[in-house]
Design a protein around this ligand. Structure first.
Ligand code: GRF
Length: 226
């Protein structure tokens, strides 16, 4: 009788490729959640949009395959995105998670990964798409701010919402102080969304809304340190 031994890459674990541009704290939270918990998930690669992204080294030190593509090496946005898609596809991901990936992606790229491309944005979308979200929140005087994990569509920061995390805006907040607080709920909301995806609990309805089996609220709330 012959026995077939499956390695983790041949198993039916859900495969994630994570894209970063900088320090990669969300990527680290995702990798650690995968490692510390018995999830049917693995991070197959971490890919950066610049070779000096600090998070790349952290991932490589943990034995995760890494790659970097520098946009200045490509003649056009389309050429960069095509090379990026090719590199991602080599790792056969079920989902591609953007974690501080600071590039606007072409519709061709987004459509190639339709329904499998997820982003985290540091605001409660649809408020404050784009950059400088914490400064925007302070300038408008909102009392609640946060983050959104969402599927990516060709419209920037505007896809079906998987999860949100909320934080209070406090008296005396600076953009940096607010960013730190938001980051704490980012590190809760993104791993939770990854867990739901890995377990096949996320569905997209015909009217482009997300449902998560067993978690109707999909909301994470910041609590002050004890
Ligand atoms: C996060 O705030 C994320 O929401 C935004 O960029 C930041 C990236 O931080 N898109 P990090 O690289 O994950 O630490």
């Amino acid at each position: 009788m012959e026995f077939l031994i499956l390695s983790s890459t041949q198993s039916n674990r859900c495969r994630f490729v994570i894209l970063i541009s900088g320090r990669g704290s969300n990527m680290q939270a995702l990798v650690q959640a995968c490692e510390n918990q018995d999830w049917p998930a693995e991070v197959s690669a971490v890919i950066a949009s610049r070779p000096d992204a600090a998070g790349l080294r952290w991932a490589a030190e943990r034995g995760i395959p890494t790659a970097a593509l520098f946009h200045k090496d490509y003649a056009s946005r389309e050429a960069f995105d095509a090379a990026l898609a090719e590199e991602i596809d080599r790792h056969r991901p079920d989902y591609v998670l953007l974690a501080g990936f600071m590039r606007v992606l072409t519709p061709g790229f987004v459509n190639h990964f339709a329904g499998r491309l997820v982003n985290i944005h540091p605001s409660l979308l649809p408020a404050f798409p784009g950059l400088h979200t914490h400064a925007q929140a302070l300038a408008t005087g909102v009392r609640v701010h946060g983050c959104t994990v969402h599927f990516v569509t060709p419209v920037l920061d505007n896809g079906p919402i998987i999860a949100q995390g909320c934080v209070p805006v406090l008296a005396g907040d600076t953009p940096d102080a607010l960013a730190q607080r938001v980051l704490q709920v980012e590190h809760q909301a993104y791993p939770a969304a990854m867990n739901w995806l890995a377990h096949g609990r996320v569905t997209l309805t015909a009217d482009q809304r997300v449902e998560v089996q067993g978690d109707p609220a999909r909301l994470f709330t910041w609590t002050p340190p004890a």
